[in-house]
Design a protein around this ligand. Sequence first.
Ligand code: SF4
Length: 399
Amino acid sequence: MNSTVNRILQKAVDGQRLTFEEGVALFECRDLMALGRAADAVCRRLHPEPYRTYNIDRNVNYTNICAAVCDFCAFYRKSHDADAYVLPREELYKKIEETIQLGGDQILMQGGLHPTLKLEWYEELLRDLKSRFPTVNLHAFSPPELWFFHKLNKIPLREVLQRLKDAGMGSLPGGGGEILVDRVRKAMTVNKCLTDEWLEVHRVWHQLGGRSTCTMMFGHIETLAERIETLERLRQLQDETGGFTAFICWTFQPENTAMADVSPVGAYEYLKTQAIARLYLDNIPNIQSSWVTQGPKVGQMALYFGANDMGSLMIEENVVASAGTVYYLSLEQIKSAIREAGYMPRQRNVFYEYVDPAAGVRDQESGGRNQKPESRNSVANGGGQTGTVSLPVLATPES
Ligand code: SF4
């Protein structure tokens, strides 16, 4: 490892912000273990608690009908396709009931960009689900959907988000981020929001007091500098709003897509990219492992490459599953993976608040440090739950 890379790693470990050029330079480093050690040191500085977390939710794709065309997507259908669907309401209820029975507290509800469903349809859907399942957080819809609602209905974005929030939307997932560089987005997608629009949805949602996650799907046509550009855009928005709770990255799954000729990247590239993300995103508190695409072993190793969270039990996954290999783990397997890595597993909600007072652990040991109670309370549908304890989060410009 050369002295420049060594200096950059030390800088990140010491809590100093990396420049764009330094981020790019880290991709030239082939020493995966050095990157991992530095990312782990940063992760332990941010999360000194003896826990690593997971949550239980269900991925519900309410429709696969989509007005966009993304070359990397094997999930979407056009309205006339024989297997196009909009999930019947009864089926949605059943999926949520099953999720609750398994200890889940959330559904991740996303779909295609449906060309005819109006905003009122989504408002009624949220109100119906919230009245039937008041304790379940509705983690919905992705920024491309929300931008599409704004365009289709010709209603200002802020009004769209406020109306959906009023109807029960609890938090916003970071789907559709892919690579936040228009060259890449224009080359792979048609009729889907571009970089500034994707970020604007999060910005306005954060301004309304909401929290969201952010994502990066990599390993296709992007350059390494474009991965850093994506991280840079996320870091800038987080400086501005402080509304991102977590970052999740995963590798492109080419099977059954129009980009099936792209060779998928493997575990080395995944762990390296996640480690660099931990070093670069100094203002985003949590990083989730992506065992769904990487498998349990690499997913567990990710806890030593910057991740402090095993993500979701994922009772159901359709989108990535359509495009190739997807791994499934039971709740006990997720907990075992965390224990084997030397941590205590704890269940959290979308706001990174513990929801399972752990036996023998005093909750006040870890709760309450550097948190943003106002913004959490304003969006946490389950925020009033007894026994809910906040995980420590990074201080942000707002706090
Ligand atoms: S990724 Fe989303 S927006 Fe793109 S085609 Fe698939 S469902 Fe539609």
